[in-house]
Design a protein around this ligand. Structure first.
Ligand code: FAD
Ligand code: DHB
Length: 389
């Protein structure tokens, strides 16, 4: 088989890129290790920046998101027994959209199917080859048969554990990493959200987050030690713990119910540089990971796709390599700002026993400053709604 752009990974970055390319008349194939239902079973991000919303529209897949997504003009910080609202809309003129990654992925998959795009699922041993030259290709096995896809470019949209970054390790790839000493225990439940906006709580027992997927589905998280196992946490234990970490009125108002998903995610910051090796690109989680506190993972995948699509469009439309040559630097410039923001939100809102009393006092001073300074709130809001592409 031959295509123009071979895309490894059918997550948000691969699907968004595939849609934009197809709309521009650029032939592409998406190939994934698992099947559609497995991908749609992964519960991940929930907050979209205006840039990611725009990308869904450009992909021709934004209709249901606009109908069912929830526009949020602010969120609350809870700390030291008080609550402070960050007025995103008032401070920046911009809002965010609450719409689950699962729904976004489903919409992109459905649109691709309707447009007749080619996706190959359940492919084993997917491997990129010869991307240093002008004729790269991908090999994979399916149903016991080996296949090869020849292409002009390979987009590595295959997440943190995928084969694309693995293929360039030891070839000038530099990685930067910070691992945090805790994880997030998250549950999804069909109960109405406790508030119409998100609540990020800094509490002596650890961080908590009240998020949501719809007016009838809530997503809640608590900070837990890395040694905790999800089996240790009954639903009742989770509800009791999150209520302890929230202001009394919020805890009282919280509607509880059986979880429909429960998992623990470790927190890390990670960046690989550069994001281009000849005709292979690293896109989204393949190139970088943020701790979830700033809700940036999915949004960074969307901005990477924006820069890469511009480069590919320039190549096929104007025979120019300029955008392709600029991809890594343009994407990394935005990635590092989101890394910084996600790190700062993580440091501000979690408990770090190893930082001692001094660290704790500095954290309290920063929260106090934030609640009294419009400049500090504006800086937080500007980053939360997303820096421009
Ligand atoms: P992915 O969504 O990881 O997609 C990569 C695709 O590549 C997958 O479909 C995978 O099957 C495929 N693939 C992998 N290996 C191979 C292979 N060998 N061959 C072929 N295909 C392969 N972000 C937030 O903002 N908020 C959150 O609450 C949040 N929670 C998260 C929880 C977890 C457990 C994880 C892992 C991430 C979370 N994120 C969150 C981050 C966010 O979900 C990611 O940033 C986003 O999914 C990135 O999209 P992507 O398309 O780059 O990668
Ligand atoms: C969600 C996750 C986040 O990390 C965040 O900052 C906001 C919302 C969520 O999964 O809903």
């Amino acid at each position: 088989m031959r295509t123009q752009v071979a895309i490894i990974g059918s997550g948000p970055s691969g699907l968004l890129l595939g849609q934009l390319l197809s709309k521009a008349g650029i032939d592409n194939v998406i190939i994934d290790r698992v099947d559609r239902d497995y991908i749609l079973g992964r519960i991940r991000a929930g907050v979209l920046e205006v840039g990611a919303v725009g990308m869904m529209d450009r992909a021709g897949a934004g209709q249901r998101m606009h109908a069912e997504g929830l526009v949020h003009d602010g969120f609350a910080l809870s700390f030291s027994g008080r609550r402070h609202r960050i007025d995103l809309k008032g401070l920046t003129g911009t809002s965010v959209m609450v719409y689950g990654q699962t729904e976004l992925t489903r919409d992109l998959m459905d649109q691709r199917e309707a447009d007749g795009g080619v996706s190959i699922y359940d492919a084993a041993n997917v491997t990129p080859h010869d991307f240093d030259g002008e004729s790269p290709y991908i090999t994979y096995d399916k149903d016991g048969v080996s296949h090869r896809i020849d292409c002009d470019f390979i987009a590595g949209c295959d997440g943190y554990h995928g084969p694309s970054r693995a293929a360039v390790e030891g070839r000038g790839l530099k990685t930067y990493e910070k691992v945090y000493p805790f994880g997030w225990l998250g549950i999804l439940a069909d109960v109405p959200p406790v508030d119409h906006e998100l609540i990020y709580a800094n509490h002596a027992r650890g961080f908590a987050l009240c998020s949501q997927r719809s007016l009838t589905r809530s997503r809640y998280y608590v900070q837990v030690p890395l040694s905790d196992k999800v089996e240790q946490w009954s639903d009742d234990a989770f509800w009791d713990e999150i209520r302890r970490r929230l202001p009394a009125d919020v805890a009282e108002a919280m509607v509880t119910g059986p979880s429909i998903e429960k998992s623990i995610a470790p927190l890390r910051s990670f960046v690989a540089e550069p994001l281009r090796f000849g005709r292979l690109f690293l896109v989204g989680d393949a190139g970088h990971i943020v701790p979830p506190t700033g809700a940036k993972g999915l949004n960074l995948a969307a901005s990477d796709v924006h820069y890469l699509f511009e480069g590919l469009q320039g190549f096929y439309g104007e025979k120019s390599m300029a955008g392709i040559d600029a991809y890594s630097a343009r994407a990394l410039s935005r990635i590092w700002k989101a890394e910084r923001f996600s790190w700062s939100m993580t440091m501000l809102l979690h408990r770090f026993p190893a930082e001692g009393d001094f660290g704790q006092k500095v954290q309290e001073a920063e929260l106090d400053y934030l609640s009294s300074s419009e400049a500090a709130q504006t800086a937080m809001a500007e980053n939360y709604v997303g820096l421009p592409y």
